[in-house]
Design a binder for this molecule. Structure first.
Ligand SMILES: *[C@@H]1O[C@H](CO)[C@@H](O)[C@H](O)[C@H]1NC(C)=O
Ligand SMILES: *[C@@H]1O[C@H](CO)[C@@H](O)[C@H](O)[C@H]1NC(C)=O
Ligand SMILES: *[C@@H]1O[C@H](CO)[C@@H](O)[C@H](O)[C@H]1NC(C)=O
Length: 343
């Protein structure tokens, strides 16, 4: 029996063997016991269910690859940021992109309309420390709706900061997913915060989260004007590449919506100041929108960074946030920034 099993496993390229009538996984050559046991405990920890043994096998192989990438990255002495195994570690970058990123949106704003203040910006800013101005990190789930979270995050903060007597409301991403198509936004297929602000402006408002809850898929528009709780008077684009203008806006106005290009290593970001000399910076390369809520200088590396709220849940990165190198248009972070003037 043992010999039969052995031969079978050797010649069948990695699917199912029957050992004592129990189906078991057979692992591709090269996956070591440590990786197998890491995958098994990760599976339990994440509460993963696999469709089939083939499915589990495929994810195990991707997972083992990801472990190696992470370990290699973390062993580099000159690195300014760390990677970790996380809830996306069973996904190849292709799978991850199609589930969580949007198609590039070509966001070019060559001439912005941000009015620079005449003041010198402080060296450090974090809107979370200034009052109740930033909602908890949300989770876009399997839908390329990052742009709606960037938009609501910016609207929520700007409204709480500037509108007298307006508390911090969590606002509806689903309304933007379902209703902003006329402004060149495409629900789970992607969109742009600047276009979503335009939609909110001309649509006369956005409802709050509880009145129009998030379901992570495209639906029919269910906007009710009587339930709108936040409004836009004007949309401000920051001139493409003018990173200093983003500093000014974050320092003296409110958090700012930005987009950038996510490349494979970012999927496993853990902590530190993210920097990647190979990612793209052009308007038609950015594939993820997020919210800058502050900036500062990292004491360990002496690197200037942006403090950014992501929408992949609080269990990703630094409690749902990440830091990105500031001052070099890293991954196109200064390529399509915008924010609303709220009323
Ligand atoms: C992006 O937009 C610019 C300006 O409108 C246009 O010239 C360019 O062809 C577009 N690129 C893509 C990839 O759509
Ligand atoms: C802002 O930029 C977008 C492109 O990203 C453009 O479609 C929009 O018209 C611009 N809005 C303003 C107010 O300049
Ligand atoms: C949503 O708005 C309603 C009133 O329109 C309010 O009662 C409720 O507390 C709000 N919920 C959130 C989460 O802001």
């Amino acid at each position: 029996m043992k010999l039969v099993l052995f031969t079978l496993c050797l010649c069948v390229f990695a699917v199912i063997c029957l050992a004592d009538n129990q189906p078991v996984l057979v692992f591709k050559k090269g996956i070591n016991p440590r990786e197998i046991s890491a995958f098994k405990s990760w599976t339990v920890q994440q509460g993963m269910d696999y469709e089939s043994l083939e499915d589990e096998q495929q994810k195990m192989e991707v997972f083992a690859n990801n472990i190696r990438t992470i370990e290699e990255h973390n062993s580099k002495k000159e690195g300014t940021w760390k990677m970790e195994i996380n809830k996306f570690s069973h996904l190849s970058f292709e799978e991850f992109s199609s589930l969580y990123l949007m198609l590039a949106q070509n966001c070019s704003a060559t001439k912005g309309n941000h009015v620079i203040s005449s003041k010198a910006a402080p060296p450090h800013k974090d809107w979370r420390d200034e009052g109740n101005f930033v909602t908890p990190v949300k989770n876009q789930k399997k839908c390329g709706s990052c742009w709606t979270f960037s938009t609501t995050g910016c609207m929520e903060s700007a409204t709480a900061i500037h509108v007298q007597g307006h508390p911090l409301y969590s606002l509806s991403e689903q309304q933007l997913v379902d209703c902003a198509q006329a402004y060149d936004d495409h629900g789970c297929e992607g969109g742009l915060p600047s276009h979503a602000f335009e939609y909110i402006r001309y649509n006369h408002g956005i409802m709050n989260e509880s009145a129009y809850p998030y379901v992570a898929e495209d639906q029919k528009c269910k906007f009710q004007a009587s339930k709108a709780v936040a409004f836009v008077k004007k949309v401000v684009n920051i001139t493409q590449g003018a990173e200093g203008d983003i500093v000014d806006a974050v320092a003296f106005q409110n958090p700012v919506s930005i987009a950038f290009q996510v490349t494979p290593d970012f999927q496993g970001y853990k902590s530190g100041v993210y920097s990647n000399p190979t990612c793209g910076t052009k308007p038609d390369q950015v594939n993820h929108a997020v919210l800058v809520v502050g900036y500062g200088t990292d004491s360990a590396t002496n690197m200037d960074y942006w403090l950014i709220k992501n929408s992949w849940g609080p269990d990703w990165g630094i409690n749902g946030y990440f830091k990105m190198q500031k001052g070099v248009n890293m991954c196109g972070i200064a390529t399509c920034a915008s924010y609303p003037i709220v009323v």
